[in-house]
Write a protein that binds this ligand. Structure first.
Ligand code: ACO
Length: 437
């Protein structure tokens, strides 16, 4: 594998009286790793890294994060620049295809998304089968997987010539599925996408228009949703993206890989945190707590509580996305004339936590989920749809990571090892001779 700045250096490992040389690999931004791919064949040992905190699972050209400095770049471009100047669809092109599109490329990409925005009409019957209180993340993952059944070519091995359409179909239809699942959960008639609308406006239209009355698209609202998507578009090897790569490494199709990503995202320690943050803020508000009781509980391991939206495996500094979202939150609420007490609680929690030695020593800062829920709430997105919004935003990253795996000639199936700590050799006992209740 070619890496930039590859320094002619090795790490030396001493084990059982022998010395082994392991290559040191260096990334574009001078991040360093020890290549242990020959460790087991050379030494008979594997490495142990519970939770993969120190494990590099791949080389990737998509996203760079420096968690100590709070830096995030898509294909080398700082997130702050993209947030200010770009749009979600332009960024999706950047992430998936590696470059900002020319105006011709952007038009082609947009047209492709528009041409592929409709679900196959028979997909509508699948929505009927879910109970009305089904969680939309369950519907989303099922329906993304089901979509592939309607396009048999999707099930074929990766083909660069059909990838463009498949990627557009997934990116465009994830939004249609999300809107349909919301309408279904409310017992409302389905609203079809409107080709004239751009990506984020179209989602708001499908969620909130009525057959007899179009939803009023306020530019600031559309822009805020687009920004939320843009800020979530990729984040290197997190739980859901690694899941996508894991599934893709078995040569599963794009839709199966993305459906698995949705499931990985769902948990409250990952994408589900945006829902958990809002629930936490609502509970604090309801109790009339000024936040101090909750902070005390979050510091007490026995309470089982955590300050949701705080802390990150990689960021040991303010998450750059959280900074942008916090600013956007203030601007949007002012524009819409909304005075949300949950925003005040969130700000108070942040101020208290950032001065508290528990959070300071552990380098726990607000992450992307801390303020995003307040924006989504202001946009009228119901709380159970928050993680779905995250999944829509993350789709370009999953597609790009899928593509990296699919196009890699060196790709081997992902297959970690383990250290077995169960019983030693044991033997079958017939049921009559077994003791115990
Ligand atoms: N509240 C209170 N304590 C925390 C929090 C928190 N939010 N996050 C971490 N800690 C504490 C841990 O208890 C641990 O303390 P210890 O050293 O005394 O045992 C220490 O900080 C390190 O935490 P870990 O869980 O080991 O950190 P890890 O990197 O495994 O987890 C995670 C990161 C899952 C994000 C964690 O910080 C967390 O649970 N945060 C709340 C949930 C959340 O906001 N998730 C969204 C993350 S961003 C995203 O996925 C999009």
């Amino acid at each position: 594998m070619e890496t930039s700045n590859t320094a002619p250096r090795t790490a030396r490992l001493e084990l059982d009286g022998k010395t082994y040389e392991l290559p040191v690999v260096v990334g574009t931004e001078n991040e360093r790793g020890i290549d242990i791919s020959s460790l087991r064949s050379q030494t008979g040992h594997i490495t142990m890294d519970d939770g993969y905190g120190n494990t590099g699972s791949c080389y990737s050209k998509i996203t760079f994060i420096d968690g100590e400095k709070g830096i995030l770049r898509y294909r080398g471009i700082p997130i702050e620049e993209l947030a200010e100047k770009s749009s979600f669809i332009e960024v999706a092109h950047l992430i998936i295809y590696g470059q900002l599109p020319s105006s011709k490329q952007l038009q082609r990409f947009s047209d492709l998304l528009t041409r592929n925005e409709m679900l196959h009409e028979d997909m509508k019957f699948h929505f009927e089968g879910f109970p009305s209180n089904a969680h939309p993340m369950a519907i989303l993952s099922s329906m993304i997987n089901a979509t592939a059944c309607f396009y048999p070519e999707t099930l074929e091995p990766y083909d660069a010539s059909t990838f463009e359409v498949e990627a557009a179909r997934l990116l465009s239809q994830v939004r249609t599925i999300a809107a349909f699942s919301y309408r279904k959960s409310r017992g409302l008639p389905i609203i079809y996408p409107k080709p004239a609308y751009k990506y984020s406006a179209n989602l708001l239209h499908m969620m909130f228009s009525e057959p007899y009355q179009e939803f009023e698209l306020i530019p600031e609202v559309v822009r805020a949703l687009d920004l939320i998507f843009l800020l979530h578009a990729d984040h290197e090897q997190n739980c859901s993206t690694s899941t996508v790569r894991m599934v893709a490494s078995s040569r599963a199709n794009l839709f199966a890989s993305a459906a698995a990503g949705v499931c990985g995202l769902w948990g409250p320690l990952h994408g589900g945190a945006n829902q958990a943050v809002l629930e936490m803020l609502q509970a604090i508000h309801k109790e009339g707590d000024d936040g101090s009781k909750f902070i005390a509980a979050a510091k007490d391991k026995k309470s089982g509580k955590r300050l949701m939206g705080f802390g990150h495996r990689v960021y040991k500094n303010y998450d750059p996305r959280a900074k942008i979202i916090k600013r956007q939150c203030d601007e949007l609420l002012a524009k819409l004339n909304i005075n949300d007490p949950l925003l005040d609680i969130a700000k108070r929690l942040e101020t208290v936590a950032l001065q508290d030695s528990y959070f300071v020593e552990r380098k726990l800062y607000p992450n992307v989920d801390f303020y995003s829920g307040i924006i989504l709430r202001a946009l009228g997105i119901p709380i159970e749809m928050f993680t779905v919004m995250f999944a829509i935003g993350r789709m370009p990253g999953w597609i790009a990571n899928y593509r990296e795996i699919a196009e890699s000639v060196e790709n081997r199936i992902y297959r970690p090892r383990q250290i077995y700590i169960g019983p030693p050799l044991n033997h079958y006992i017939p049921v009559k001779e077994r003791t115990g209740q």
